[in-house]
Design a binder for this molecule. Structure first.
Ligand code: FDP
Length: 325
């Protein structure tokens, strides 16, 4: 595209796609609230070392993870922007024990579940990190309460993730459509750079923590060996960064359950469901090794799950090896 040609902004895209469409009224406001929050978070991420904002808060979150100061700041920013969007009924957040009920009866309301800053252990070392969001629609006459957040991933209407890497990229998925927008640091707005993302047919990469191999059960070791023997390994250790590379270049990410983390490490509601939704809309697949991620009926907000996601054929081959024992 010539430099002078206009790239559609996220704001133009979201308002033209959803404005006046009765069924999804309000969704544009929720997406734009996430975008606004992400611009503030990426500023904090890029300034953190200079303004001495790194390090831990001294607390652990509900899942037992050490809370970084930027985890807390990101969570506060997104709770604020989403609460002000006028269309968020409730927020579930990896860093907050109980749901934040914003407005139980809001018209054209949405429920947002988020990991406000994924890849915490990479914050202090200038490695790509990100934010992840799953979005569910409130039913017209529904009064949202704590239980309303426990919906399966297959009921999501949209999912978003943002990577704070060498550039800041926001990826938005809705039914059968995934697009990427890059933050233009000159204009301060997101511009579409990746229309209609489909995961490539070829799968050059697999991403897993190989250090965990010794604590995997036998069938899972065989599944990971299939990946190891066929593909080249790339592992950043920030889910959102590994996922983004695999989505654009082809690849499978695996964080299975093991003898220590019996339910896996990653969160169903904040990580697996949103990224499972994105990958499926882009032609890929997401599984626990035994079932489709999006079909899990959640029991707890902060529950963990094993996760294998990426190219559909490779996910299926891996799952069939794991199941076959
Ligand atoms: P982190 O603990 O740094 O926040 O969400 C958890 C997560 O990172 C993922 O982003 C990442 O894929 C995974 O954990 C890394 O876990 P390991 O260090 O065990 O490989």
């Amino acid at each position: 595209m010539p430099e002078t040609e206009h790239r559609i902004s996220l704001e133009e895209y979201a308002t033209s796609k959803w404005l006046g469409n009765g069924q999804t009224d309000g969704l544009a406001d929720v997406i734009l609230a996430i975008a606004d929050g992400s611009i503030r978070v990426q500023q904090q991420v890029r300034q953190a070392t200079l303004v001495d904002a790194l390090g831990t808060t001294g607390d652990t979150n509900v899942g037992g993870d050490i809370v970084q100061r930027l985890d807390k700041a990101s969570s506060d920013i997104f709770v604020e922007t989403l609460s002000q969007s006028r269309h968020v009924a409730a927020i579930g957040c990896e860093e907050i024990e109980m749901p934040v009920i914003v407005d139980s009866n809001v018209d054209n309301g949405y429920i947002v579940l988020m990991d406000p800053l994924d890849g915490s252990s990479n914050i202090d070392v200038a490695v790509s990190i990100g934010s992840i969001f799953g979005i569910w629609q409130k039913k017209p006459n529904e009064t949202v309460n704590d239980h309303s957040l426990l919906k399966p991933g297959n009921e999501q209407v949209a999912a978003v993730y943002v990577v704070y890497g060498s550039s800041t990229v926001l990826v938005l998925a809705t039914e059968n459509n995934v697009c990427g927008f890059t933050l233009d640091s000159t204009s301060g707005a997101y511009a579409m750079t990746h229309p209609n993302i489909k995961i490539p047919a070829d799968c050059p990469y697999y991403s897993t923590n190989e250090g965990n191999n010794k604590v995997l059960d036998g069938p899972t070791q065989k599944g990971i060996a299939l990946l190891r023997n066929k593909y080249s390994q790339r592992y950043v250790g920030s889910l959102v960064a590994d996922f983004h590379r695999n989505l654009l270049k082809g690849g499978v990410f695996a964080y299975p359950a093991d003898q220590i983390l019996k339910d896996g490490r990653l969160r169903l509601m904040y990580e697996a469901n949103p990224l499972g939704f994105v990958v499926e809309q882009a032609g890929g697949a997401a599984s626990t090794g035994y079932e489709r991620i999006l079909d899990i009926i959640p029991e707890q907000l902060h529950q963990r799950t094993p996760l294998i996601l990426g190219n559909k054929d490779v996910v299926e081959d891996t799952v069939s090896v794991i199941r076959g024992g």
